[in-house]
Ligand binder design. Structure first.
Ligand code: NAP
Length: 488
């Protein structure tokens, strides 16, 4: 075994269903590998529809008692889970770097970020308020209450193997739902370690099951068709999100979708240039460009374009890619060799159409999962790097001349998740923030995520919001009760 943790009990390779660690009925497993080295990390149980159905039934049974408890009591379990996650931050971070590749400092940060949702929703669930309505008739009153939506099916991606889970599981559990989670096949170990800690926190059996499996269609098929599941929450790519929404239509399930992005970073000529460069570097290259809110298109105003490029290229040349566990590495590998090849194909296609590689531009000698941090100049809006989500460490930098042109370029995409602008003109801040079609806008700031903010997109980037006081809404049904006969 190549994994060494302080607490080896966190290394789980079986599915967690109804409070039990179980093998797949078929006995099948799938391999989890380290993208930095290619080493086999673990063989994990590969479950299918039958085991998923068992987990759904267990969640339905378990939530009957759970939802009847006071919110404050449910919160106690979540607070214990939060404390255990933070107590084991280093081990969870190491597991994450091993299976996903991001540098250890980013993994440590993600564990704290993921835990913050558990704490936030433990507190927020006590503030699920209803309404009393004044009706047109004097002999009756209207009351609105909120109730847990029912069993939740969740499917999560590999790029944030911890936080994308807690952002769904914590609000679902906090309001009284049970949840069945299918983690990404690249990163099941982080999900299973979270389940182990939830178990240690005393969470009743069945409320939080984890069903890893190579056949995501089969598990997803069960989660989206089983009538006991009342809501499906998904974070991942837009094409898969669309498929899941279609599948959910047959049983009219509620859905929340956190899908792909194509974030613009708009840098105006009145911006603090060094601050803007720093922001673009962080936003573009964090997690080696594999976040849904990563800068995808950097739009720079004509008059500062050349100066921006000079400094931007110099900064990227200082990056040091390598194994995420090596403290000298500033950036790790991308998640798979296939991901590196896809990124390379996108760069090659841009170059064929006239783009200029200013730094990087190829798979690195360090290994098949390492893609060199890359900057592309002489790019245009017809190229794939403008139209598609790059999901890798490649920064195409576009020119614009007017504010109106910048807004039009920013909006020229079917995506609408995160966006950023750099300017010191307060009027422009408002005009552009209101004019661009995105769920989130960072003004002179790219570190926009936190437990307290409503994270989510518009257009084909999804629906629903995670985190913040709005993050509970997706797990609650609104019920209206008419109270009549009041006139004695
Ligand atoms: P993905 O291919 O859509 O996979 C995401 C999850 O869906 C994985 O668990 C995957 O399982 C599962 N899946 C794939 N096909 C499925 C199907 N037919 N039925 C049911 N489940 C299925 O996305 P990814 O490559 O892991 O993640 C990258 C994408 O996620 C990017 O587009 C990124 O922008 C987006 N993302 C969005 C947010 C946000 O908050 N908006 C946050 C993070 C990431 P397997 O791994 O087993 O295939």
């Amino acid at each position: 075994m190549t994994i060494q943790l302080n607490d080896m009990g966190l290394l789980k390779t079986r599915a967690f269903i109804n409070g039990q660690w179980v093998d797949a009925d078929s006995g099948e497993t799938f391999a989890v590998t380290n993208p930095a080295t290619g080493e086999l990390l673990a063989e994990v149980a590969s479950v299918g529809a039958v085991e998923t159905r068992r987990a759904i039934e267990a969640a339905e049974t378990a939530m009957q008692d759970w939802k009847a408890r006071p919110a404050a009591e449910r919160a106690q379990f979540l607070k214990r889970w939060y404390a255990l996650v933070m107590d084991n931050q280093q081990d969870l971070a190491k597991l994450m770097t091993l299976e996903q590749g991001k540098v250890l400092a980013e993994s440590v940060g993600e564990v704290a970020y993921g835990a913050s949702f558990i704490e936030w929703f433990a507190e927020e669930a006590r503030r699920v308020y209803g309404d009393v309505l004044s009706l047109p008739q004097t002999d009756r009153r209207g009351v609105v209450i909120k109730q847990p939506v029912g069993v939740v099916g969740a499917i999560t991606p590999w790029n944030f193997p911890n936080a994308m889970i807690t952002r769904k599981a914590a609000p679902a559990l906090a309001v009284g739902c049970g949840i069945v989670l299918k983690p990404a096949s690249e990163t099941p170990l982080s999900a299973l370690a979270l389940a182990e800690l939830a178990d240690r926190a005393g969470l009743p059996a069945g409320l939080f099951s984890v069903v890893p499996g190579r056949s995501s269609r089969e598990i997803g098929g069960e989660l989206t068709s089983n009538p006991t599941v009342k809501k499906v929450t998904f974070t991942g790519s837009t094409p898969v999100g669309k498929t899941l929404m279609k599948q959910c239509a047959d049983t009219v399930k509620r859905t929340s979708m956190e899908l792909g992005g194509n974030a613009p970073v708009i840098i105006f000529d009145d911006a603090d240039l060094d601050q803007a460069i720093q922001g673009a570097l962080i936003s573009k290259f964090r997690n080696s460009g594999q976040t849904c809110i990563c800068a995808n298109r950097i739009l720079v105003q004509d008059s500062i374009y050349d100066t921006f490029m000079e400094k931007f290229v110099a900064a990227v040349k200082d990056f040091r890619i390598g194994n995420g566990l090596d403290s000298e590495s500033t950036h790790g590998p991308v998640v798979t060799a296939k991901a590196a090849q896809d990124i390379d194909a996108m760069v090659k296609s841009a170059v064929e159409d006239g783009a200029q590689v200013l730094v990087g531009g190829q798979i690195d000698d360090q290994g098949e999962c390492f893609y060199q941090p890359t900057i592309l100049g002489n790019v245009n809006d017809q190229m794939r790097v403008f139209r598609e989500e790059i999901f890798g460490p490649v920064a195409p930098v576009f020119r614009f001349s007017t504010e109106a042109q910048a807004i039009a370029m920013a909006n020229d995409t079917e995506f609408g998740l995160a966006s950023y602008l750099y300017t010191r003109d307060i009027g422009r801040v408002w005009r552009v923030s209101e004019g661009i079609e995105y769920g989130m806008v960072g003004v002179n700031e790219v570190a926009i995520s936190a437990d307290v903010i409503p994270f989510g997109g518009v257009k084909e980037s999804g629906q629903g919001r995670e985190g913040s006081k709005y993050g509970l809404d997706d797990y609650l049904e609104v019920k209206y009760i008419c109270m009549g006969g009041l006139n004695g």
